[in-house]
Design a protein around this ligand. Structure first.
Ligand SMILES: C[S@@+](CC[C@H](N)C(=O)[O-])C[C@H]1O[C@@H](n2cnc3c(N)ncnc32)[C@H](O)[C@@H]1O
Length: 361
């Protein structure tokens, strides 16, 4: 491959292409660490402080522009809150921008590689170039310019970005290896067909294929950009997964055709009406006794508001997470059961370890 001037092909870190120069990489590492240090460590203290300040000022949290404006008003007089929000937003913008600038120095090469992989196996890729995205799926989630759906290299940018969100789990797909290893299975042990819903860049689908090499593993996602990159990424690992562009609320598979269905971090990124339709689709696709495992944010309760408190509300407002706040407050456990997906455990600590494990009833 021919590279401009001082650039060399720096290979991959695990399954993720390295940034295009050492300077880009150290800069991105610095921004990641800064972000983690400033945001993750003091997260609890700032949230507790903010909850108290908001209460004092009579602000009741809700996903509503009037409330968000009131939170900003209160924040202006509490330097810790104002600084937290500013640093979070700026660190995210700078980090994303540098990653994108770095990869874009070889944009055409990346696009060529992804295109060249399309018709090669193992595995298959199906997408519709004229797919019309519903408006909710086109937001610039996590402030990624053009979001998941609007740029041909969205998958590549997302891949590197997960090293911030997943911490050490973002390196070499460590988190997805752990999820696949602990993923519950149907009680009768039969796992011949698996579906990973909103598979994104295919990390969990690939790791499930490695755990269940005899199973047929499918992954769907609404974004063709994510799937095209996912297919190239799976090929690089010589792993056979079948990827199709579909919306989770309308999946074109036969009733009862899967033993095991998974999703990781889908539900906090879709609006509540789409959550409900997706759950009923998942139930439809599971065979009797089949199992669904939802890996996602914990549910907010008054005792433990977590993402349902100040930090979540402002993440929704400032970090392109418009649906996460609604998810943690929507009563997902009840919605699962209403859809005919029976939870094996309602215990919060257990769910934190295993995900929300459900059997088709
Ligand atoms: C945070 S990523 C998922 C991460 C991935 N599952 C993993 O294991 O790390 C969210 C994904 O959901 C996809 N998505 C959003 N709405 C969707 C929908 N209605 N149906 C299918 N995919 C959807 C996005 O395109 C994106 O790839």
């Amino acid at each position: 491959m021919t590279l401009p001037n001082n650039l060399i092909d720096r290979g991959k870190v695990g399954n993720t292409p390295a940034l295009l120069s050492r300077a880009d990489e150290t800069y991105a590492d610095f921004m990641r660490d800064t972000r983690n240090l400033l945001l993750h460590e003091p997260f609890r203290q700032i949230s507790a402080l903010a909850e108290g300040e908001l209460k004092k000022n009579g602000v009741e949290l809700a996903l509503d522009h009037g409330v968000i404006d009131k939170v900003r008003e209160v924040s202006r007089n509490v330097p810790e809150m104002a600084t937290f929000l500013r640093v979070k937003r700026s660190a995210q913008e700078i980090y994303k921008q540098r990653i994108i600038e770095s990869y874009n120095t070889q944009k055409d090469d990346f696009i060529r590689k992804i295109e060249a992989a399309e018709k090669r196996g193992p595995g298959t890729l199906t997408y519709d170039p004229d797919f019309i995205y519903p408006a909710y799926a086109t937001v610039e989630i996590h402030i990624q310019p053009d979001g998941y759906t609007g740029h041909p290299l969205a998958g590549l940018y997302y891949d590197y970005g997960t090293s911030v969100f997943f911490g050490d789990g973002g390196k070499d797909d460590v988190l997805h290896k752990q999820l696949a290893a602990k993923c519950a299975t149907p009680k009768d042990g039969k796992v011949t067909r698996i579906l990973d819903v909103a598979t994104s860049i295919g990390q969990l689908a690939c790791e499930l294929k490695k755990r269940f090499p005899d199973a047929e593993v499918h992954g769907i996602d609404i974004s063709s950009a994510m799937l095209r990159y996912a297919h190239w990424r799976a090929l690089e690992q010589n792993t056979e997964i079948h990827l199709s562009q579909m919306a989770s609320e309308d999946m074109e598979f036969e009733n009862g055709s899967f033993d095991l269905i998974t999703s990781h971090l889908l539900f906090h990124e879709i609006p509540v009406p789409v959550i409900k339709k997706t759950l009923s689709e998942i139930r439809r696709l599971l065979r009797p006794g089949g199992t669904y495992v939802m890996f996602d944010f914990p549910t907010a309760t008054p005792q433990s508001p977590g993402y349902g408190g100040f930090a979540g509300l402002m993440d929704a407002a400032d970090n392109g997470e418009p649906y996460a706040y609604g998810f943690v407050k929507c009563g997902i456990e009840e919605l699962l059961e209403e859809a005919g997906l029976k939870l094996r455990s309602h215990d919060k600590a257990e769910i934190a370890k295993t995900g929300r494990v459900c059997d088709a009833v």
